[in-house]
Ligand binder design. Structure first.
Ligand code: ADP
Length: 403
């Protein structure tokens, strides 16, 4: 790596999409951002914004047969802005990898052995890890000489004690099939818990934080002194909070019941709980903006969906309060957490005895900055802390290759 190699390309590869950002770690600035969608379909779409040049967003619609074709097109767009992947300023490529199992506790430089291990985790992450592996192989082919780093969604949660990480099911069966609670969104929980400490003017080691990552997928975590001690997602991202399309916690017997009495197959139940449940299953909408609009118009189904969402959230705040014993801050993040003031207000309502409250004025202010929304007198800080998973992946990647 040359001394002035400070750029990191962050790749988030899905089964038919690639999101990317090119960052300059000299100052954390974004040079370009973009997205390729519908890879493998008759028409794919590439949207590229060259932030470094101040240029307008460019969009292309053409068929990209596979991830290699998509990434080659991204490389061409970057090159057109003078940001080509052959530049000596590019230090590394950082890949978001969803599942790192128990073994990947840190960002890791990708070797053949590491890639084989990520592939061995496919049975526990069948929806995500195959696409991540494809993205890595494609990027390696493009720049074989460049360090590629895997940053795992699960890594931040590997500090969970066994009491939190194990399900109370037969140990031999669980171990044979690697069934345990891994947690996801770890990059966001790590970033937001650190930023929350910063907002309080403290070192992460000095504070206990409950992080509520409320996007389309949603998860909570309990972070003690900078280390995760519990999180709401489990073996897969299905467990925990009510989400846009996922049920979150249910009695596992719902599955047997549906199989036995409704004659549904495993795949049908999987799809029901992951794609047709949560907010969309409850009221037909998964966008919180739309749900709030319907509530304002007096829609009772939307109001009930909102109440179920908030009830679950409140239960997790209470649970993690108990897990931590002492809480310094509750931090809301991601699309819903950063934008939906009514969700924040309702989740904290009635918890004054726990030292938790929201100031209506502060909660109503719209801002992109990390900020406190609790009254000055509150014992526990309530904060809105925008997440930035790409910056965190780039930071971790750069720290590893420049050390
Ligand atoms: P993900 O990364 O999981 O796709 P995001 O963190 O981008 O999700 O969150 C997307 C969700 O955020 C949307 O589905 C919507 O419910 C919610 N959201 C976005 N903007 C707003 C807003 N202004 N008010 C309320 N909810 C919003």
């Amino acid at each position: 790596m040359t001394a002035n190699a400070t750029r990191v390309l962050v790749l988030n590869s899905g089964s038919s999409s690639v999101k990317y950002q090119l960052l300059d770690m000299a100052d954390g600035s974004r040079l370009a951002v973009g997205l390729v969608e519908r890879i493998g379909e008759t028409i794919s779409r590439l949207a590229h914004t060259p932030l470094a040049t101040g240029g307008a967003k460019r969009e292309r619609e053409e068929p990209f047969a596979d991830h290699a074709a998509a990434l080659n097109a991204v490389a061409a767009e970057l090159a057109a802005d003078g940001l080509g992947l052959d530049s000596p300023e590019l230090a590394a490529i950082g890949h978001r990898v969803v599942h790192g199992g128990k073994q990947f506790t840190e960002p890791t430089v990708i070797t053949d052995e590491v890639l084989a291990e990520i592939e061995r985790l496919i049975p526990v992450a069948p929806l995500h890890n195959p696409a991540n592996v494809t993205g890595i192989r494609t990027a390696q082919a493009l720049r074989p000489d460049l360090p590629q780093v895997a940053v795992f969604d699960t890594a931040f949660h590997t500090t969970m004690p066994e009491a939190a990480a194990r399900y109370a099911i037969d140990v031999e069966t669980a171990d044979a099939h690697r069934i345990r609670r891994y947690g996801f969104h770890g990059t966001s929980h790590a970033y937001v818990s650190r930023e929350t400490a910063k907002l309080l003017g403290k070192d992460p080691s000095e504070v206990n934080v409950i992080v509520l990552h409320l996007g389309n997928g949603a998860s909570a975590s309990a972070v003690r002194g900078g280390k995760c001690v519990d999180t709401s997602m489990g073996l897969t991202p299905l467990e925990g909070l009510v989400m846009g399309t996922r049920s979150g916690d249910t009695d596992p017997a719902v599955i047997f019941h549906l199989a036995r009495t409704a004659g549904m197959s495993v795949d049908e139940i999987d799809s029901l709980l992951n794609k047709k449940s949560g907010l969309i299953g409850l009221c037909g909408d998964n966008d919180m903006r739309e749900i709030r609009r319907r509530i304002d118009e007096g829609d009772e189904q939307a109001a009930l969906a909102f109440d179920i969402y908030v009830h679950r959230l409140k239960k997790y705040i209470g649970a993690y309060y108990a897990v931590l014993g002492k809480v310094d801050a509750v931090a809301f993040t991601a699309g819903v957490g950063e934008n939906a003031a009514p969700v924040r207000e309702a989740a904290v309502a009635g918890l004054e005895e726990l030292g938790l409250a929201v100031d209506a004025g502060l909660n109503g202010i719209r801002s992109d900055a990390a900020r406190l929304i609790s009254p000055e007198s509150a014992r526990v800080a309530v904060a809105v802390v925008p997440t930035d998973e790409e910056l965190e992946i780039a930071t971790q990647t750069y720290a590893l290759v420049s050390s």
